[in-house]
Design a protein around this ligand. Structure first.
Ligand SMILES: Cc1cc2nc3c(=O)[nH]c(=O)nc-3n(C[C@H](O)[C@H](O)[C@H](O)COP(=O)(O)O)c2cc1C
Length: 355
């Protein structure tokens, strides 16, 4: 497995990554695809009514703006999600925002303590802690419109958004955010209901009645655009069944998972992110089991309840074989955040593997 310069630099602040990135290979291909990129692709497939070359891409997070999105499309990631935006400016947590973590084997879903540092060795797992920053809509809307235009034939730009708590009814802020994203021309919307920085047990996606209200409000505001909802890992299958019963017929798909929560500690046993941030979301290799399990469970409910939502499998994909495993588990599309950050050639490698 290659370790390359990541296109998002964990040593720089979110704002500096936004201004100066992407880095490494992605920096070279923002304006045009690498001329050596030559992959014979199979017949395009349909994903949520859009034609895509390979339903493989990068989920919400590491693609901060249209420059990152352009580079990712040029690198052959055919589904690119623009980092989650909000209806108003929201500052990022200070550094560190990303640290490598070193669980023994896979990570449990019990918010366990893990060693965190800056040794970014493969197979890589990281904690990310940003607090879902956003610029004001007057900055991100024109930029997202630019990102939408960057998609070539058989590529799709997905706009991720979330509402902000404490601003009146949360469902109304979600609906407003959805409308603002739709105005950019994004052909597919994704509502993030699983921000790990809002507390492990208080994730929106675990409150099925509230998710139903949010989905209904979004669909009323933007009835004509496919809607994905991004969820965390559900330990409790009955809760997942309840969520599917309430919204499985309203949404176009589930994107899962976001991250597993953990308590990153430095070598002295102190909170590695900051004393005020004892928990962080973990992504990368250590959570693949959880993403695959969620995909299998959602696929089983889809069949059992005769529904037809799509499933986007996310979590721990860092090899072409992992794409295949997610598709075999029932996913209609697969995405890689951590894996792509440290290996921007993963789409090309996956296409070659499948050719
Ligand atoms: C740097 C970074 C930032 C992220 N920011 C967001 C975000 O804004 N919205 C969101 O829904 N998920 C966010 N995520 C979570 C990813 O979309 C994904 O669900 C998670 O990283 C698991 O995939 P992976 O194992 O391939 O990294 C972020 C992940 C990373 C690595």
């Amino acid at each position: 497995m290659k370790t390359e310069i990541p296109y998002y630099n964990p040593e720089l602040s979110y704002e500096d990554n936004y201004k100066e990135g992407p880095f490494g290979y992605f920096a070279d291909i923002v304006e045009k695809p690498d001329p050596s990129f030559a992959v014979s692709v199979k017949k395009p497939v349909s994903f949520l009514g859009c034609s895509v070359d390979l339903p493989f891409g990068i989920p919400a997070g590491p693609l901060l703006n249209s420059r990152y999105i352009k580079a990712a499309f040029h690198a052959g990631f055919d589904l690119c999600v623009y980092k989650t935006v909000r209806t108003q400016e929201h500052k990022s947590h200070p550094l560190p925002n990303v640290l490598a973590i070193h669980p023994e084997g896979v990570l449990s879903a019990d918010c366990e303590a893990v060693l965190a540092d800056t040794r970014y060795n493969q197979p890589l797992s990281i904690t990310n802690s940003f607090g879902v920053p956003s610029f004001n809509p007057d900055i991100w809307q024109p930029d997202m419109a630019e990102a939408v235009k960057a998609a070539s034939d058989h590529q799709v730009m997905i706009g991720s958004f979330q509402g902000t708590r404490g601003k009146g009814k949360i469902e109304e802020d979600y609906a407003l955010a959805a409308r603002m994203v739709a105005e950019t021309g994004a052909p597919v919307l994704e509502a993030n209901l699983s921000c790990p920085n809002e507390g492990v047990n208080s994730l929106l996606c675990f409150d099925a009645p509230l998710v139903q209200k949010i989905v209904e409000a979004i669909k009323a505001a933007v009835p004509d655009r496919p809607l994905l909802i991004k969820t965390a890992y559900f330990k409790d299958n009955a809760k997942l069944a309840d969520l599917v019963s309430r919204v499985g017929h309203l949404v176009s798909g589930f994107s899962t998972i976001n991250t597993l929560s953990a308590r990153p500690l430095d070598e002295k046993g102190q909170a590695a992110l900051s004393p005020s941030r004892p928990e962080g979301g973990v992504c990368g290799d250590a959570i693949r089991w959880a993403g695959l399990e969620m995909v299998q469970r959602l696929a089983a409910f889809r069949e059992e309840k005769s529904l037809d939502y799509a499933i986007v499998g996310v979590g721990g994909v860092n090899k072409p074989e992992h794409y295949k495993a997610y598709i075999e588990a029932g996913a209609n599309a697969v995405m890689t955040a951590t894996g792509s950050m440290w290996n921007p050639h993963l789409a090309e490698e996956t296409k070659k593997f499948l050719a």
